[in-house]
Design a protein around this ligand. Structure first.
Ligand code: BDR
Ligand code: CA
Length: 320
């Protein structure tokens, strides 16, 4: 058997991160080495609990979880608050996932130390996959100047060229800590795949596909139905997608693209992040037409194959 893809996920675990964790933990061609957490979809304490709970649910509690940074690197807080609304009285902002809550604690080593030490001593390539604000990654770069050189592949969910979601200019993960994101794109990582909203909004999962995932009867299939249904309901209420009753599952597309790179269509571009400007704060400036004359620093996914993405979810979550 060919060697598995080793990966560390850096997550702000809400619903789509949860599907990414399950896909990475259960895919036969992936070895999920560890998970680090960051603030984002919810406060750090909740994203960490959600991460541990997901691993409990699918029977992978041995995968280490390291808690990371709880606020943006330079700013005191995100540019503005992010609130979700749910009809749950106990959890009105939808902070926690609808699965049994863990009683476990994260590992004692903090995320940034774990990342630096793991890459310092790695004997095999480990892909680093940040799918939340880039705060932990920027901190690792700041603390250890060789960090970017040690990481063989960086797959980031974030940004949008034509598609924003947080403001008219920006996508959430980049907007939440634009200074961190800017420093990551400037850090000299040699092999960067950026999976922005342009691609994730092409890989929509419909309510019928959700039901098929649930019908698999496995913990991962049933949880994915629950999580993606929650996503579809909120997209239906706030931001209709091209396909009715569907939603993107952003972070999981990164895992799919690791295993099957041609599931996304990419263009090599220079990417920079706007850290000022009331209207454009957090915008990923993707130089699709080489106007900056700057050396490209990322492969940017601008399209994705939804059928293959859903087929992968069904196949992997059907197994256990
Ligand atoms: C990204 O922001 C987070 O809320 C999601 O988990 C995803 O990583 C989408 O903009
Ligand atoms: Ca995320």
């Amino acid at each position: 058997m060919t060697q598995k893809h080793q990966v560390i996920l850096d997550c702000d675990t809400g619903t789509d991160d949860a599907v990414a964790i399950m896909l990475a933990a259960l895919h036969p061609k992936v070895d999920l080495v560890g998970v680090t957490t960051v603030f984002g979809n919810a406060p750090l304490s909740a994203t960490t609990i959600n991460t541990l709970s997901v691993l409990d649910l699918i029977g992978r509690p041995e995968i280490p979880v390291h808690a990371g940074i709880s606020r943006p690197l330079v700013r005191k807080a995100m540019p503005s608050e992010r609130f979700f609304k749910t009809d749950s009285v106990a959890d009105p902002h939808g902070t926690y996932l609808d699965i049994p809550r863990t009683s476990r604690e994260p590992a004692s080593t903090k995320a940034v130390d774990y990342l630096i030490e793991t890459y310092r001593s790695a004997t095999q390539p480990i892909t680093l996959m940040p799918v939340g604000p880039l705060t932990n990654i920027a901190a690792a770069v700041a603390l250890e100047p060789r960090f970017a050189e040690w990481v063989p592949q960086l797959i980031i969910m974030g940004g949008g060229h034509e598609v924003p979601n947080m403001t008219a200019s920006a996508e959430f993960n980049i907007w939440a800590d634009p200074d961190a994101a800017a420093s990551v794109f400037e850090a000299g990582f040699r092999n960067v795949l950026l999976v922005p909203l342009d691609a994730t909004h092409k890989a929509l999962v419909t309510d019928k596909q959700c039901a098929a995932l649930g019908a698999l009867g496995t913990p991962a299939g049933k949880a994915t139905e629950t999580f993606v249904t929650r996503r579809i309901n909120s997209y239906e209420a706030m931001q209709k997608m091209d396909i009715p009753n569907s939603a993107p599952v952003h972070d999981a597309l990164c895992v799919a693209a690791l295993v099957e790179p041609d599931i996304v269509t990419t263009k090599r571009c220079h990417v920079a992040v706007e850290t000022a400007g009331a209207l454009t704060l957090g915008r990923t400036v993707v130089d699709t037409h080489q106007r900056s004359r700057l050396e490209p620093n990322a492969d940017v996914a601008l399209d994705a194959n939804a059928d293959r993405f859903v087929a992968m979810l069904l196949e992997v979550f059907g197994q256990r």
